[in-house]
Structures are given as structure tokens and as C-alpha cells.
Ligand binder design. Structure first.
Ligand SMILES: [Zn+2]
Length: 425
């Protein structure tokens, strides 16, 4: 991946607003030495990048976003740089605050410094991608179609219908073997003749001034990005997970400092879970499996106990129901009951002669359930309609069972009273 000229985000036009005519091309110091973090340069032009004030210099170590590698951040003359973009060979340094532009006048000599930990992270992930992509080709014959380097994850997309554990491990092992062999990483601009003689992974995206980055003879890529001076600088590569994505396979991985950070996070999470279960981290899968079996058994027992409790509750309430003609009215608020349990109690009451259940459960959304025995002479829908407006609620159902709910839970007692009155009418 990577290209000598940067992809340019739409809407972030780099345009000079003041300077020495057209801004001159910037001498990109990172081409020769990607470990340069500080430099001195002259301000040549003022411009704009994506709506931010920006400056162009005669030389810069700042990497402009491109080829899948994010822009460097840092400072120029102590002024914060929040984005870097290139256009027509000019590197534009966008200021975090537009009012700082006055501190970087045309012709000024300024000291610059990049955010080195950020750059080193990008170098490790970016060069690690060269290695992993080459390793997937060498170990499995699988080509990479795209690369994404973000703050939270690094991914490549493989042109493959699927990926096995064995393939992923083979590519990971090969990439790490190259890292531990500490093969040299070199970058140079090549002539068309040299270019034709090199086994590049894919054709360069530019026609001239092609820069080739080589990891000894393991990989040759056209790339304008920044890389460690040898493969050992990548540290380590870990393939974290993969899954199907748009007809291919997306592989998430981490290199160097990110691999260490990911291992620390996982160790802390696994260690915490293992301590909570009083087992070793390696025993976690078996311990979780045992917990799931125990949980399913407990849920089944709870369900049976609740069912028996609801049946007994329905029987007790029916025994003291208010007789009204053929109907036996039960009006009750049952806090904490799910709508499923409300329905079960209501239907048990309505399963008895003349049974009419008018039940409610307060909550974030108050629930109402009405059930009527066929011989009660009552219509559950009509009774429900007497209560719903008090809850600003909605609902419906049939003559023997109706249910609904609404947000005004504090009105549930009034709603139950209104429904009981309707049932007596
Ligand atoms: Zn590269």
C-alpha cells in the first residue's frame, strides 16, 4: 500500500492565500530519514487546508496524510499543527487555531517538531502492513486489496472467500520471523528501468518519481510512507481477528506498541474475569461453560417457581374477587411483574367462572392487562380503553384479553380504578 503522492480528502482543498507566487515544492526530509523528529525551516506561503489556516515551508519532516498513513501532528514555532496535507508537491501544515497564523509570518525561520510517539506508532503499523500483506501472499497466496490505519484499529482486506485459523497463523508466523531476522528496510527513488526489474507486489499508482520501499528481498512496494530502518522496528505482529467483509476477508491486526497495549488490555480483562471466578486464566472457557449450564438450570427453576407462584396468586385473588352480576372482578397493581407474568395471572383468573382480571404494573412504562372469562359478560378491550388515556397510553386486544401501556406510571392506581368502574357499569 502507499503512494508517493497523497490521496486527497474531498473538500480539503489546499490553496495558497499568500506567498511567493505559487508555493514551491516541499523538501520532504522524512524520505531520507524517517527518524528525524525536529527540524528548522522557512515559511514560504500561507494557505488553507480543509477550512483551517495552513503554512507551506521549504522543508519539512511532517508526513502528509496519504497511502493509508495518517498525517503527523506536532508544532511549528511552538504553534500546534492539527493536520498535514500535500497538493502538487507542496506540504501544507494546518494550524489547530487560525489566530496563530500571525506567529508564522512569511519568511520566518521556525523550529518544527512532530509528535514522535504518534509517528512511531504509524511507522510500526504501516510497515507491519507491508510485512503482513507480503506474508499472506507468500504463506497462503492471498492478496491484500486495501488497508486502513485508524486510531482504534488497523485492518487489511484480503481477496479471499474465507480465512482459516491455520492460514492466519502461518502468515503471522512468517511476518514475525522477518521481524526477528531484523531484515533491513530501505527506500529509494528508482528509474523506470530499475522499476521494471523489481518484483513489485502491485503496479505503482504514479508514473514518475516512483519510490520503492524494500524489506530486503522479502517485499518490494511502491510507497511514499515512513518506515523503521529495519523490520525489527515493527516489534511484533499479532493478527487479532478476522471476518467476512464485502466479498473478502477483513483482518484486524496490531503491531509494536499497539500489540503490547492490546496484550495488556486482554491480560487485565482475562485476569479480572479469572479472579472473579477463582480460576486460572487458561481455565476461563471451561469455567464460563459451567456457569452457563448452571445459569440455564437456575432460569428454568425460577420460571417454574414463578409459574406456581402466579397460579397461587391468581387463585387467592379470585377467592376474594368482588361479585358484580355474573362477573368476579379482581383489580390489582402488581409492581415488579413483567408483562408476561401479568398476562399469566390475568388469564388464570379469567380461566375461572366469571373471572375478570384488571391488572397493572408500574414502571418506566406502566403496563395494563385485562382478561375476561367468556361468561363474565365483560369485554376486555372496552375495560382497557377506560384506563389507557390516564397513562397517555396505547394498546388493544380482543374481548377476552387486552393489554397496553403508557409513560404516566404515577397514574396507574387511577387507571385501574377507572377500568374497575367500567367493568361494574
Ligand atoms: Zn510503506
Amino acid at each position: 500500500m502507499g503512494a508517493p503522492h497523497t490521496a486527497h480528502p474531498p473538500g480539503s482543498c489546499c490553496a495558497p492565500t499568500a506567498g511567493m507566487g505559487m508555493a514551491s515544492k516541499t523538501d520532504r526530509l522524512y524520505y531520507a530519514d524517517s527518524y528525524l523528529a525536529r527540524f528548522t525551516a522557512t515559511v514560504l506561503a500561507h494557505g488553507a487546508v480543509g477550512g483551517r489556516a495552513a503554512v507551506a515551508l521549504d522543508r519539512s519532516v511532517f508526513y502528509p496524510e496519504g497511502g493509508g498513513q495518517p498525517a503527523d501532528y506536532g508544532t511549528l514555532g511552538g504553534i500546534a499543527i492539527a493536520d498535514v496535507q500535500a497538493e502538487g508537491g507542496v506540504v501544507w501544515h494546518a494550524l489547530a487555531r487560525a489566530e496563530d497564523l500571525a506567529a508564522l509570518p512569511l519568511g520566518a525561520r521556525v523550529e518544527g517538531a512532530i509528535d514522535w510517539p504518534r509517528r512511531l506508532d504509524h511507522m510500526q503499523q504501516h510497515c507491519g502492513q507491508h510485512l503482513l500483506t507480503a506474508a499472506f501472499i507468500a504463506a497462503c497466496g492471498l492478496a491484500t486489496t486495501s488497508f486502513h490505519l485508524g486510531d482504534d484499529s488497523v485492518t487489511i482486506d484480503l481477496d479471499a472467500p474465507g480465512l482459516t485459523e491455520a492460514q492466519a497463523r502461518a502468515a503471522e508466523d512468517l511476518a514475525n520471523a522477518v521481524i526477528w531476522d531484523d531484515l533491513p528496510v530501505t527506500a529509494r527513488f528508482v528509474t523506470p528501468e530499475e522499476l521494471a526489474s523489481l518484483p513489485l507486489r502491485k503496479p505503482p499508482s504514479v508514473a514518475e518519481n516512483v519510490r520503492v520501499v524494500s524489506i530486503a528481498d522479502f517485499d518490494h512496494s511502491a510507497c511514499g510512507g515512513t518506515h523503521p530502518r529495519s523490520a525489527g522496528g515493527v516489534g511484533a505482529i499479532r493478527v487479532i481477528r478476522w471476518g467476512r467483509q464485502r466479498g473478502g476477508v477483513r483482518v484486524e491486526f496490531a503491531c509494536g506498541g499497539r500489540a503490547l497495549a492490546a496484550f495488556r488490555r486482554l491480560s487485565a480483562a482475562a485476569g479480572g474475569a479469572a479472579a472473579a471466578l477463582s480460576v486460572g486464566a487458561d481455565e476461563l472457557p471451561a469455567a464460563v461453560e459451567r456457569l452457563q449450564v448452571a445459569l440455564r438450570a437456575a432460569q428454568k427453576e425460577l420460571e417454574q417457581a414463578q409459574s406456581a407462584l402466579d397460579a397461587a396468586d391468581a387463585e387467592a385473588r379470585y377467592a376474594v374477587a368482588e361479585p358484580h352480576g355474573a362477573a368476579r372482578l379482581v383489580r390489582a397493581a402488581l409492581p415488579g411483574l413483567s408483562v408476561e407474568r401479568l398476562r399469566r395471572v390475568a388469564q388464570a383468573i379469567a380461566g375461572r367462572s366469571g373471572g375478570v382480571a384488571i391488572l397493572g404494573a408500574p414502571g418506566e412504562r406502566a403496563q395494563l392487562v385485562v382478561a375476561c372469562a367468556a361468561d363474565s359478560g365483560r369485554d376486555a378491550r372496552q375495560i382497557l380503553q377506560a384506563g389507557l388515556p390516564l397513562l397517555d397510553g396505547r394498546g388493544g386486544g380482543g374481548p377476552t384479553l387486552a393489554q397496553g401501556g403508557g409513560p404516566r406510571s404515577e397514574q396507574i392506581a387511577a387507571a385501574l380504578d377507572a377500568m374497575a368502574a367500567a367493568a361494574r357499569a
